[in-house]
Design a protein around this ligand. Structure first.
Ligand SMILES: *[C@@H]1O[C@H](CO)[C@@H](O)[C@H](O)[C@H]1NC(C)=O
Ligand SMILES: *[C@@H]1O[C@H](CO)[C@@H](O)[C@H](O)[C@H]1NC(C)=O
Ligand SMILES: *[C@@H]1O[C@H](CO)[C@@H](O)[C@H](O)[C@H]1NC(C)=O
Length: 344
């Protein structure tokens, strides 16, 4: 199996990368090549970052993302992957919706929206990462979360998809499973962590999740072994998305005190938080990053990894192929969704 070759390489090098970097907004529109390939439009609005070869089909194993891309909105210039999530809308008292924009995260404030990405080997934020991980391969993709979850019980299957109410721009706890039920002074951050154990065979699976698993002991943070069904340890991929809810704090909120934020597919509970990943790093560049002692993004260039400036990232954008208003005050969410609250 091919991954064994990659693993051998990984074992030959000292291993200590923990990278945290930003990707600016590539495009925001109704496309979803992972869950609804070929559909123009897909059912709900997403915000997408990464390589500009992103399109509605991206046939796995055939579509060469680094070769088809001419730029990436990510700081690592060899990363032509696509990373995306649904988008948030604010629901006004009169029932109209307005899209909540994103902000560049802490340390990336000049970025145009987008999201921050981590690839971690160990569940500590220390420079010294002792574990070894196997990088994903071309054609690899995954999904985490449940678009249909509307209860805590349904959401509990996905252990690390959370919301943080930003009292300051750098508030990082507590992490909540549902939408915060109060006004958050500096916005809302979503943190989305993918499972870290791969079956070593399948680049994808029908639900886009079964080829991946959490460690035997629960979450990545518990540092347990991978189950025998999914023996290959991968990096923890995590997204942080900062939603600029500040402008909506001055508008009228629901009189019953309920949260006015709604995902683009109608979930008003927050339990259906989910994320999509389509791997597209050039050649073995991700494995080389993970095998070098590169911490956050600050010293990665020293180890020969190609980095670009935030100004350059911001230039890599796509024109939406789906022509519709997603930003005005809208009577229904794009695709026809209305806010859905928890079942009684
Ligand atoms: C990771 O690889 C390095 C270099 O080969 C090795 O020294 C180390 O023991 C490995 N770590 C683990 C946890 O396997
Ligand atoms: C995606 O891009 C590929 C390569 O350029 C092209 O063959 C394909 O038709 C595109 N698909 C869509 C739906 O735009
Ligand atoms: C609904 O409320 C928003 C926020 O106050 C306002 O900007 C918008 O014009 C209103 N829409 C309608 C149709 O009244």
């Amino acid at each position: 199996m091919q991954w064994k070759g990659v693993l051998a390489l990984a074992l030959a090098a000292p291993s200590s990368a923990l990278v945290r970097f930003h990707c600016s907004q590539l495009v925001t529109e109704r496309l979803d090549p992972l869950v609804q390939p070929g559909s123009i439009p897909s059912t709900h609005v997403h915000q997408i970052v990464g390589g500009n070869s992103f399109n509605a089909s991206m046939e796995p194993g055939v579509y060469d993302m680094p070769a088809e891309s001419t730029c990436t909105s990510c700081q690592f210039s060899d990363d032509f992957s696509n990373y995306w999530t649904a988008v948030l809308y604010f629901r006004a008292q009169n029932g109209s919706y307005k899209r909540v924009p994103q902000l560049g995260n802490n340390q990336f404030t000049s970025a145009n929206g987008g999201l921050t990405i981590y690839y971690m080997q160990d569940a500590i934020y220390e420079p010294e990462q002792k574990s070894n991980v196997t990088a994903f391969k071309p054609g690899f993709r995954m999904f985490i979360g449940d678009v249909y979850a509307r209860t805590l019980e349904q959401a509990a299957r996905y252990r690390q998809l959370t919301y943080t109410c930003l009292d300051t721009f750098v508030t990082r706890s507590p992490e909540l499973i549902a939408f915060p039920q109060r006004k958050c002074k500096e916005g809302i951050m979503t943190s989305l962590r993918f499972p870290t154990c791969w079956d070593g065979k399948n680049l994808d699976s029908p639900d886009h999740m079964a080829h991946m698993s959490y460690p035997e002991t629960g979450t990545f943070e518990s540092a347990g072994p991978c189950p025998s069904t999914h023996p290959v340890r991968t990096a923890q991929v995590m997204y942080e998305v900062v939603w600029d809810t500040k402008p909506f704090n001055n508008l009228e909120w629901p009189a019953d005190g309920s949260n006015p934020f709604v995902w683009s597919f109608g979930d008003a509970t927050g339990y259906a938080n989910h994320a999509d990943y389509v791997f597209g790093w050039k050649g073995d560049s991700l494995q080389r990053v993970m095998d070098s002692p590169c911490h956050f993004k600050t010293n990665c260039a020293e180890y020969g990894h190609k980095m670009q400036s935030i100004a350059e990232m911001n230039k890599c954008t796509q024109k939406p192929v789906v022509d519709e208003d997603i930003d005005g005050w809208l009577p229904v969410l794009p695709g026809g969704f209305q806010a859905e609250y928890a079942p009684n």
